[in-house]
Write a protein that binds this ligand. Structure first.
Ligand SMILES: [Zn+2]
Length: 830
């Protein structure tokens, strides 16, 4: 029973804050410690948000949006004045109406979305999230109530709970009774793989557009229900750095509007006011650019918001650390800085609510008119439907509408293959994307052949044009090309067979079918030469599943797997080929068991690189893989595996005697060793493996008139830099590693590593003088990347070494490369 008098009496007896605490607990009263004096584990953060929502249901609505790989809950809290929370759905629909053009009046609050702790070991921001939540609902705080008249605030307290808890649980076990501020202390040296990434070691701040990870997939689905006007992504940087906030650094993509740039300046000045009052240092306009589209700042920018990254100094700092100014940086102060910019962002957004909503509407009005793109329609074409399907799916996940060209359209357009204007030629299937649509600006950013950049000192890759990434033939037209809405692969119709099936092998989808068949213990044959059967002609790599040597379930399973993948398998009743090799030919190879695949991981291996391979097998190819700690190699029998993958890494003793003997014994007995990126480079340093890195052109003698200036050090470094650019790789499509590629692969080149052609190896993927396609490459790097081998296969005894210079499973969105890794695993040839 509620007794007003008793409550009043209690209030008189206790300190006033306790009265508040009974209704809305502060973080300190809920947790039992001042925020920043301990690390708060994720479940406690969630509990605090739920408790506040229960105490203030009229101001806080929790929107759970899913779970992480390790089953931690994901949520966003919407915070507003009671009148706005009561009509939250109405506000959401009104806001979406500005995006799709169905609403014209601007009378709504601005949506400010704050995303905390995307990188798990940058943990101060989730602590700040609790302070921000409390400040917004605390009845004693009248300022925030004023701001909430004009805003609805969305707080995602932790984008990456698995990474956060990995860091926090480790730190809590490493720290003693008191923190040790000595930077050399164990508590500041986080072990592999560190908490930055999610469960599969993916960097979630590189995944917004690609959505390869469950956290991103679920979050973007909610984000797209809203599309905020302001989005902040909270980070930490090295602990010696001060605080970074907007405005962002060059390069900026040229689709960004003057308003987006101007408002970043306004926000930055508002933050600077508070930082100056407290004598806190900060920097702006440096280092953090707005280009790569898959960040937590650019992705919102390309979707009409003011997207920003804020960075506190703090990685590795624990609860306290002595920095280079000989000051002790504490988690308390790191959380306070993020809390300050959180409130300052809401304040300045509230003060500019009309402008924010109007500019947001204008952004989407322009986008729907296609006003910001020279190209009006992008048309992609391919001989088979599945690479286009994969691209269509990615575009749809980004709210981009797709279509197909119905007629035998004839038009001139920029041809991505020749990099010149030319006639469009329909190769069989088409995917068309108009830039005149709500998300046409994002479509342009993702699909345009060349990203316009004015400065190349960027944090990330400078080219991601999706027709190249997906290995389909792109055309960019300055005219609007009419298209029919939607894209779907033709419905397959697979007959029953008593003899066998032929499955075309021409996209990553085919490789997934192969993986599924092998996983079901079905023996699969593949053709090394083209052939014609039942009136259908097949390219090398075509899969053949026969009743011969298989169990009873072979036909039902093969048909079901192909139908699920929508791959048209051809039922055959004879091993006779009308053209080319019959099924009994020595040119038809058999995969007589599902290969057992293992990979090196742990210390020595790049955490993100290991994650890419792990996630590729588990969530893309859907094929089992065993993770082997490289540091335990001496205790592991490699002979139980068929395939070993060495991802990018700084391996200790990879070319030492013990490891070399072990790996060579493995390959000589028939094993396949696949060395990626720097693992391949390290092997090439051992003559026993028989392949060599190409030497980079020798530096000219230094001229006294041409010596570097200290002030130009960044610019000079760019001359040798290649942060991530697209090169055309000429593939030998007659070699199993090149099957299904049509002879071309567009690689993401991130370094100048390139191998000597050799008669001792199969030089399957080579770059030539005309291979450069798009992205920034410094002139010295360009000179080094003239001619050479990027993918080689060397017979070693009965087995093989496959060396791949580049990251073929880059962030698991570089679709073209996924087929190549599958080829290396499954199709070993002679
Ligand atoms: Zn970060």
């Amino acid at each position: 029973m509620f007794k007003p008098f008793a409550a009043l009496a209690l209030g008189l007896l206790c300190l006033p804050f306790l009265v508040v605490a009974q209704t809305v607990p502060s973080p300190a009263s809920f947790l039992g410690y001042t925020v920043g004096t301990k690390f708060t584990r994720h479940h406690q953060i969630v509990a605090y948000f739920n408790t506040v929502a229960q105490a203030k249901p009229d101001m806080v609505k929790i929107m759970p949006y899913g779970k992480t790989n390790e089953d931690r809950p994901l949520l966003v809290a919407a915070i507003g004045l009671p009148e706005n929370i009561a009509k939250l759905e109405q506000i959401r629909k009104h806001n979406k109406g500005l995006v799709d053009g169905s609403v014209s009046d601007l009378n709504q609050p601005a949506i400010v979305w704050l995303s905390y702790n995307v990188h798990g070991n940058e943990p101060a921001s989730s602590e700040a999230a609790m302070l921000t939540l409390f400040a917004l609902v605390d009845p004693a705080n009248t300022k925030t109530k004023d701001w909430l008249k004009n805003t609805v605030v969305m707080i995602d307290p932790c984008i990456n709970p698995d990474g956060r808890d990995r860091y926090v649980n480790w730190y809590n076990n490493a720290v003693g009774n008191f923190y040790n501020a000595d930077p050399a202390a164990r508590e500041h040296m986080e072990p592999w793989p560190a908490g930055r990434s999610n469960h599969y070691n993916f960097d979630l701040n590189r995944d917004w557009a690609w959505q390869t990870q469950v956290e991103t997939q679920q979050r973007i689905a909610l984000y797209q229900q809203w599309y905020p006007q302001v989005h902040v992504d909270y980070h930490e940087q090295g602990f010696n750095e001060p605080y970074y906030f907007a405005p962002a650094a060059e390069p900026l993509h040229d689709v960004l509007t003057q308003w987006q740039k101007d408002f970043q300046v306004q926000i930055g000045k508002n933050h600077a006011k508070y930082f100056d009052q407290n004598n806190w240092l900060f920097f702006t306009k440096e280092r953090f650019d707005l280009l790569y589209p898959s960040y937590g700042d650019t992705y919102p920018m390309y979707n009409g918001a003011i997207g920003m990254t804020y960075e506190q100094g703090g990685i590795g700092a624990g609860l306290g650390i002595v920095n280079e100014s000989s000051d002790t940086l504490t988690l308390v102060s790191r959380a306070q800085h993020h809390f300050t910019t959180s409130l300052s962002t809401i304040e300045i957004s509230a003060a500019n609510k009309e402008n924010l909503v109007a500019a947001f509407k204008k952004y989407f009005d322009n986008s729907r008119q296609g006003a910001t793109s020279t190209y009006k329609t992008f048309v992609m074409t391919a001989k088979e439907p599945h690479a286009l399907e994969a691209l269509a799916n990615l575009l749809k996940k980004n709210d981009i509408e797709v279509g197909t060209i119905t007629n035998a359209a004839s038009f001139k357009a920029f041809d991505y293959a020749t990099k010149k204007e030319g006639d469009f030629v329909n190769e069989g299937f088409t995917l068309a994307v108009s830039t005149a649509q709500a998300h046409g600006i994002l479509a342009r950013v993702l699909l345009e052949p060349i990203t316009q950049i004015n400065d190349s000192n960027t944090y990330d890759i400078t080219a991601w044009s999706l027709p190249y990434v997906f290995g389909v033939h792109g055309f960019a037209s300055k005219e609007k090309i009419s298209a029919q809405s939607g894209y779907s692969v033709p419905v397959v119709n697979i007959s029953n067979s008593q003899y066998g099936y032929i499955i075309p092998y021409n996209s990553f989808k085919s490789a997934k079918v192969l993986a599924a068949l092998l996983h079901k213990n079905i023996k699969v044959r593949y053709a090394e030469k083209p052939f014609t059967s039942n009136g259908v002609s097949f390219e090398p790599g075509a899969l053949i599943v026969l009743k011969t040597s298989n169990q009873d379930n072979w036909a039902i399973d093969t048909k079901a797997i192909c139908e699920a993948a929508q791959i048209q398998a051809t039922a055959v009743s004879t091993g006779w080929a009308e053209k080319g090799t019959d099924f009994g030919s020595p040119d038809i190879r058999v995969i007589n068991h599902a290969p057992k695949v293992a990979m090196f991981t742990g210390d020595n291996v790049g955490a993100l690189a290991a994650g890419e391979v792990w996630n590729y097998f588990e969530n893309q190819l859907n094929y089992p893989i065993t993770q082997l700690n490289y540091s335990n190699l001496s205790r592991i029998d490699l002979n139980v595996y068929d395939v070993i993958i060495a991802p990018d890494g700084a391996y200790k003793d990879l070319i030492g005697k013990m490891v070399t003997d072990k790996l060579q014994a493995f390959t000589k007995k028939g094993g396949v060793l696949i060395a990626l990126e720097s693992a391949a480079q390290q092997l090439s340093n051992n003559a026993d493996w028989g392949f060599k890195l190409k030497e980079t052109p020798k530096q000219d003698k230094l001229d006294v008139n041409d010596v570097s200036k200290y002030g130009n050090s960044v610019k000079d470094a760019l001359q040798s830099s290649i942060p991530g650019s697209i090169y055309k790789v000429y593939m030998d499509a007659t070699h199993p590693l090149g099957f299904g590629t049509n002879g071309v692969y567009y690689t993401n080149k991130q370094d100048i590593a390139i191998y000597e052609p050799s008669k001792e190896v199969w030089n399957v993927g080579v770059v030539k003088k005309d291979s450069y396609v798009a992205g920034f490459v410094g002139y010295k790097a360009k000179a080094a990347l003239q001619e050479g081998v990027l993918m080689g296969v060397k017979n070693v005894g009965m087995g093989k070494l496959v060396y791949l210079a580049d990251d073929v499973v880059y962030r698991n969105f570089w679709e073209g490369g996924k087929l190549i890794l599958a080829n290396a695993v499954f199709l070993n040839g002679k």
